[in-house]
Design a protein around this ligand. Sequence first.
Ligand SMILES: Cc1cc2nc3c(=O)[nH]c(=O)nc-3n(C[C@H](O)[C@H](O)[C@H](O)COP(=O)(O)O)c2cc1C
Length: 147
Amino acid sequence: MAVAKIVYASLTGNTEEIADIVAEALENEALDVEINECTQVDAEEFLDADICVVGTYTYDEGSLPDDIVDFYEDLKELDLSGKVYGVIGSGDTFYERFCSCVDDFDHVFSQTGATKGAESVKVDLAAEEEDIQRLEAFAKELAEKVK
Ligand SMILES: Cc1cc2nc3c(=O)[nH]c(=O)nc-3n(C[C@H](O)[C@H](O)[C@H](O)COP(=O)(O)O)c2cc1C
């Protein structure tokens, strides 16, 4: 069974919620799914996954959340050739740099040699019905890449 690992940062719960939605959708695709908060795991965990997903919110002026900086730096050092990745995140369209950390992780993943399995999903604050559908389609697309 293919393995999907999801690592997320979340301060007020929005990103955790969308990470959970993706986890459930991947489980429905018969994948073995592990989901962890970013301070609880090392980036090296992705070496044991077929699908690697990061969920992140965006902080001040597009800054990476403090709690995911170490993970981000460690991810840069990995060789994830042969793996499929995807990035999701919550932000607030009030800010000029909406969900810019999603793009930061997309960039870093692309440098690890992993293949982008689906377009990133950016959610404005908490997920609404339409976002849930986008997240489920994201998960399905990732799963298809490892079948
Ligand atoms: C001080 C502060 C700065 C923020 N800066 C940004 C930003 O630059 N871009 C963005 O898209 N969202 C920004 N946000 C919004 C958060 O990313 C958004 O509330 C998100 O849903 C939080 O996710 P979480 O519930 O998983 O912690 C900011 C929020 C706060 C409190």
